[in-house]
Design a protein around this ligand. Structure first.
Ligand code: PSU
Ligand code: MN
Length: 309
């Protein structure tokens, strides 16, 4: 359909028919989790979305084309590949021109979802303003993408390796609604609460869908964050994680890790320091996000199909 964009027939058909589709990112597969948990999680997310009656569309770049919807072999290739680039907005044209393989971040996945016509996207955590950004200038391109690209991103908030108050300030400035799913409090990824309020609590998929519909019908382009807390049983102790996060940040700094390597380094280091508990929590929360995203996609598809009144 497009020189640089390829949808699977399943995804294209669902979009054509107005059925719910949920986009999934691939950086979490290629750079956010180790093998084989990454491949297993990628497959589990697709199965969860299907079980909820929606079509999953995992996004990645393979051989220089943005692929929306992957085969099982494609997924395995991303999960095991040794030369899979991490692609955000700035990297996409370079990877396409080079014919490279790459995993898409939240920002790049939003771009692909929007091009394909997918309104809802599930991930683990969004990038944000890093601690110390006042000197490092490290602000994830995910935030500017949320400001401009009309996709609803279902996440478990953001990790407290980031500066959460500054992340929320930035989203406020850029006009991005931050909604809490069943919570008034912005979740902090491994922990259910951060002590920071969301803009609006939503308790049902329909409430979320109504906000998406109102925003986009009004021509207010840009994303929406739907922050869905990690399930109670899977949450990690916030105080204990704070100490581990401080250690991981210190290690990143003393090794001179910078730029796009920061987030993958921190994720891997947290896993080591928690003996795998951070990975278990990460898998649990992203599965939960996929389920909620499928339900929101269903509610939004129903609303978008309804005759205008
Ligand atoms: N946060 C996580 N897990 C992840 C990421 C973020 O808890 O895997 C990934 C996402 O793909 C996100 C990206 O879009 O890292 C942000 O990278 P950066 O901070 O370099 O913008
Ligand atoms: Mn960064």
């Amino acid at each position: 359909m497009h020189e640089f964009l390829a949808l699977t027939p399943e995804v294209a058909d669902a979009l054509h028919d107005g059925r719910p589709v949920v986009a999934l990112e691939s950086t979490v597969i290629a750079h956010g989790m180790p093998y084989p948990q990454n491949a297993g999680t990628g497959r589990a997310l697709e199965a969860i979305i299907r079980a909820e009656g929606a079509v999953p569309a995992t996004v990645a770049v393979l051989d220089g084309r943005i692929r929306v919807g992957l085969s099982d072999d494609d997924l395995e290739r991303l999960a095991t590949g040794t030369n899979v680039w991490k692609l955000s907005r700035r990297d996409l044209p370079v990877a396409l021109a080079a014919g490279a393989d790459g995993a898409t971040t939240v920002a790049a996945t939003m771009i692909a979802a929007k091009l394909a016509g997918i309104a809802v996207f599930a991930t683990g955590g969004i990038g944000g303003v890093h601690r110390g950004a006042e000197t490092s200038f490290d602000v994830s391109a995910d935030l500017d993408e949320l400001a401009r690209t009309s996709v609803c991103v279902v996440c478990a908030g953001a990790k407290s390796v980031l500066d959460l108050p500054k992340t929320l300030e930035y989203l406020e400035t850029r006009g991005v609604p931050v909604l809490g799913y069943g919570t008034d409090d912005f979740p902090a990824f491994y922990a259910r609460t951060s002590g920071l309020p969301v803009l609006r609590r939503c308790d049902t998929p329909v409430e979320v869908a109504r906000i998406l519909h109102a925003k986009w019908r009004l021509g207010l382009d840009g994303g929406v964050v739907l922050a869905n807390p990690i399930p109670e049983a899977d949450a990690l102790d916030a105080g204990a994680m704070e100490a581990v996060i401080a250690q991981a940040l210190h290690d990143a700094e003393s090794r001179g890790i910078a730029g796009k390597a920061v987030t993958p380094y921190l994720l891997a280091r947290l896993k080591e320091l928690t003996e795998g508990r951070s990975l278990d929590a990460n898998i649990a929360l992203i599965r939960h996000n996929a389920r909620v995203a499928a339900r929101v996609a269903g509610a939004y598809a129903a609303l978008a199909q309804a005759p205008m009144s």
